[in-house]
Design a protein around this ligand. Structure first.
Ligand code: ATP
Ligand code: MG
Length: 320
C-alpha cells in the first residue's frame, strides 16, 4: 500500500494540487492512506490556532479533491500510537544517522533555539510509514533521504528483534510538472513561501487567481514558444495550462499569438480546475460536524490498521 502526507505549513497551492493531491485522488488504490501531517508542522516556531485551522482546511481540501474519506486521516489523531513507535524507532536509530539528514543540516545547524524535533522528525516520519505497513511512499526528491532512513530502521528492527515491518521504498512521482512561482519562475511554487504574490492557492477566489496570473513574470521575447531553459516564466504558464487541460505544452504554445492571450487562457483553466474543489471545501468547512465525523472515523481506521504492528514491536523490543 501507499502512504503519503501533506504538512499544513501553509494553505494548499496549485503545485500541491497538480503535482500531488490530484493524483492521490485519481490513482489511489483501496488500501492507500493520505494524511495531514500536522505534527511535522511543529518542528519550527508555530502558532497553535493557525496550525489547527490549517489542519482542518487541509483535510477538507483532500476530501474535496476526491480522495475517498476512507483513505484520509490527521496525523495527530494517532499521536499515542506514533509517539510510542517513534520511541521504539529512536531506540533503533543512531544519533549520527539522524544528524546526517541533509534537511537537518541545512535548517538546524549553527542556529540557537533549534527544536530537538527538527532532528528527530525523520524518525516520526519513519513511524508514520512503518505503523501503516506502507511499502511505497510517493515523495519529492527532498524527502528521499528520510524514506531511506525509514527503510534502514525497518530492516534493522526486523533483523534485530523479529519481522514486524514492511520495508518501504520511495517512489518518485511520475514526471509531475513542477509548478513554478508566478512571480519568480526560478523557484518552485510553495505553500510556505514568504511572499505569496506568485502563489495560486487552491482556495483563492477566481478574480484573485486572474490577477495573479496576469501579473506572472514572463520575458521580453515576442511570440509564445515552449523553451523551459530560456523562457521559464512562459514555459511555466504553458505547463500549468497543460496540467489543467491535458496536452503537451509545446503544442499548446502554437495556439497563442501573445502573452496576454496565453495568460487569459491559463487564468480560465486554473479557475475552472480549482472551482469545484474550492466550493466543496467551503461546504465542508461550513459543516464542522461532518468534518469532525470524517476525521474521527479516519483516525479510528488508521489506528486500527497499525495496532498489531505497534503491539508486536513493543513486545519484541522487551516492553509489555
Ligand atoms: P512547503 O513550503 O511547506 O515545503 P510545499 O508547497 O513545498 O510546502 P510539500 O508539503 O513540501 O508542499 O509537498 C506536498 C506535495 O506537493 C509533495 O508531493 C510535493 O512533491 C508536491 N509539490 C509541492 N510543491 C509543488 C510544485 N510547485 N509543483 C509540483 N508539485 C509540488
Ligand atoms: Mg516542500
Amino acid at each position: 500500500m501507499r502512504l503519503s502526507g501533506i504538512t499544513p505549513s501553509g494553505h494548499p497551492q496549485l503545485g500541491n494540487h497538480l503535482g500531488a493531491v490530484r493524483r492521490w485522488a485519481s490513482d489511489g488504490r483501496p488500501d492507500d492512506l493520505y494524511f495531514v501531517s500536522d505534527l511535522h508542522a511543529m518542528t519550527t516556531s508555530h502558532d497553535p490556532n493557525r496550525l489547527r485551522a490549517r489542519t482542518s482546511e487541509m483535510l477538507a481540501v483532500l476530501v474535496a479533491s476526491g480522495i475517498p474519506v476512507e483513505r484520509v486521516f490527521v496525523q495527530s489523531d494517532l499521536a499515542r500510537e506514533l509517539g510510542a513507535l517513534t520511541w521504539v524507532l529512536e531506540c533503533t536509530c543512531s544519533y549520527g544517522e539522524a544528524a546526517r539528514m541533509v534537511q537537518f543540516r541545512e535548517k538546524g545547524s549553527g542556529q540557537g533555539g533549534v527544536r530537538l524535533s527538527l532532528l528527530t522528525y525523520p524518525v516520526l516520519m519513519a513511524a508514520d510509514i512503518l505503523l501503516q505497513g506502507a511499502d511505497e511512499v510517493p515523495v519529492g526528491e527532498d524527502q528521499n533521504q528520510h524514506v531511506e532512513l525509514a527503510r534502514a530502521l525497518a530492516r534493522r528492527f526486523n533483523g534485530t528483534y523479529g519481522e514486524v515491518f514492511a520495508v518501504p521504498r520511495a517512489v518518485l512521482p511520475a514526471t509531475g510538472a513542477r509548478v513554478r512561482d508566478l512571480a519568480d519562475p526560478t523557484r518552485k511554487m510553495s505553500k510556505s513561501a514568504r511572499d505569496a504574490a506568485g502563489v495560486v492557492f487552491v482556495l483563492d477566489e477566481p478574480d484573485l487567481i486572474r490577477r495573479k496570473v496576469r501579473r506572472a513574470v514572463t520575458d521580453g521575447c515576442t511570440g509564445v514558444a515552449y523553451a523551459p531553459a530560456e523562457r521559464p516564466g512562459v514555459a511555466n504558464l504553458l505547463e500549468i495550462l497543460a496540467g489543467c487541460l491535458g496536452g503537451r505544452p509545446a503544442d499548446l504554445a502554437e495556439g497563442f499569438g501573445s502573452y496576454g492571450a496565453l495568460k487569459e487562457a491559463v487564468a480560465d483553466a486554473v479557475i475552472e480546475e480549482l472551482r469545484p474543489i474550492r466550493e466543496r471545501t467551503r461546504a465542508l468547512l461550513a459543516d464542522p460536524g461532518e468534518l469532525a465525523r470524517i476525521r474521527r472515523e479516519g483516525a479510528a481506521r488508521a489506528a486500527e490498521r497499525g495496532e498489531h504492528r505497534l503491539g508486536s514491536a513493543m513486545r519484541l523490543i522487551g516492553a509489555g
